[in-house]
Each structure stands twice: as C-alpha cells, then as structure tokens.
Design a protein around this ligand. Structure first.
Ligand SMILES: [Fe+2]
Length: 247
C-alpha cells in the first residue's frame, strides 16, 4: 500500500511560487493508494485560500484523498464551515454543548458569530479498503481556533474512542496536524493525552504536519509494550506500508 503524504500547502501568501500544475502532475505520477494531507492548506483560513486549496486537491487523481485541518486553516470563525465547503464535507464527530470541555472556542456563540454550525473542531473517521485490508483513518483536530498552539479536547477523544471501538478494521492510522512527539515554537500543549489515545487503540502510524520538517520517529513504550511511528511532513513524502510493519 502506497501512501502519499502532503502537508502545509499554505495557499495564500505563504504558498510556494512554483507551478502547481507541474506539482500535481508529479503527485499523480506516484499513483498512490491514499493521499494524506495533514493540514495548513491555507495561510489565514480565508475563503479564497480555501477555494484555491480545494481546487488544487481536486486535481489529484487518487480516489482516496484525506485532508485534515491545520492551525492556519482555523484563523477565522467560519474556518470549520469553509473546510467542509471546499475541502471535505465528511460528517464530523461533534459534542453536545452540554458536555464540559476545556478547549477554547470549541463552541461559538451563534447569535454573535452568525455561523450555521457552532462546533469548530473537524474530527472524523473514514474507513477505506486497500488490497483487501480495511484501513481506518482517524482524524483528531489538534488545532485551537485563533491560536497557533495546539490543544486536544479530552471529551472529543472519548467520543472518537467509542466510534473506534464499534469499528472493525485491519490497520488504524492517526492523522493530526501537530506532532505528538516533537517540539516546536508552537507545540501541541497537551500531547500526552493524544499519546495515551495512540497507545490505547494500538495505532502504529501517526501522520502529522505543521513543523515543515521531514522526519521519521519511532517510539517504544516498554511498560505498555507498544511501538508507533510518527511521520511528520514538510511538503511531500511517500510511505510504503507493504505489510503494516514497515515504512
Ligand atoms: Fe501548522
């Protein structure tokens, strides 16, 4: 199974100055089974940036393109609506407003903001079959609205865990914009609960963006007897999971 991993395209002022058509041609030449786009598709979460990013992503010929949201994409109160309009309209896993949460701006005041949907996180799960194997793609929104530091809501992880527990799959992959292991000027502040989540569901591969650095990290938890790989991405990379154990 070939996975093409792209990230941080930053349509808008931070987008590269190269030729997008040539880039698309190159990306399509890999004939990937899955394309994972780990966020920051825009620079400031503006509608024209979302539209440009959406147009670029529709140029990918792979039928399994999975995009998630990044901190740059959450810089305006309509970010979550724009993401669903231009990038991916997948059903989002939400929380009732009555649930006690600690993530800032997780719910917006509809009367003030006039947004249609007031839950600002983009969390979802998708299941796809590649070569007879069921791949569960788990997207956890690690971004906080209006903030370049990351934060994960525990109540969201609990709800997503319930969905995972109901699912049957061969290989779970976690997609999240912030690195859960590396450090950064703008880090995921409470990464430990996401690491716990990875270990709880025995996730072996974690795809992330944000740092603009290409790395491969492997961690072993001797107490829990669990190993996982973290695959941060700068712009483009390829991963081969031929037997679920190599990358
Ligand atoms: Fe980022």
């Amino acid at each position: 199974m070939n996975i093409l991993h792209i990230s941080d395209l930053h349509f808008g002022p931070r987008h590269w100055e190269g030729d997008d058509l040539i880039l698309l041609e190159k990306l399509n030449s890999y004939q990937a089974d899955i394309v994972i786009n780990t966020g920051d598709s825009t620079t400031d979460g503006l509608e024209d940036e979302y539209a440009a990013a959406g147009q670029f992503l529709t140029g990918l010929t792979c039928k399994n393109v999975i995009s998630i949201i990044g901190n740059h994409d959450k810089r305006n109160m309509r970010s979550h609506e724009l993401f669903q309009k231009y990038i991916d309209s997948t059903d989002i896993i939400t929380l009732p407003e009555t649930v006690k949460t600690s993530k800032k701006h997780l719910f917006l005041n509809r009367e003030i903001t006039k947004v249609r949907e007031n839950f600002t996180d983009i969390n979802f799960i998708k299941s796809i079959v590649i070569d007879g194997k069921s791949i569960l793609l788990i997207n956890i929104d690690s971004n906080e609205l209006y903030n370049d530091n990351g934060f994960v809501e525990k109540a969201v992880l609990d709800v997503v865990s319930e969905v995972i527990n109901q699912a049957t799959y061969d290989l779970p992959l976690l997609l999240t914009h912030y690195s859960i292991l590396g450090t950064d000027d703008c880090p995921l502040k409470n990464s430990s609960i996401l690491i716990d989540f990875v270990q709880k569901h025995k996730i072996e591969y974690v795809f992330c963006g944000h740092t603009h650095e290409l790395e491969l990290m492997r961690t072993n938890d001797l107490y829990l007897d669990h190993t996982f790989f973290l695959l941060p991405q700068n712009t483009v990379g390829l991963v081969n999971l031929s037997n679920g154990k190599t990358c």
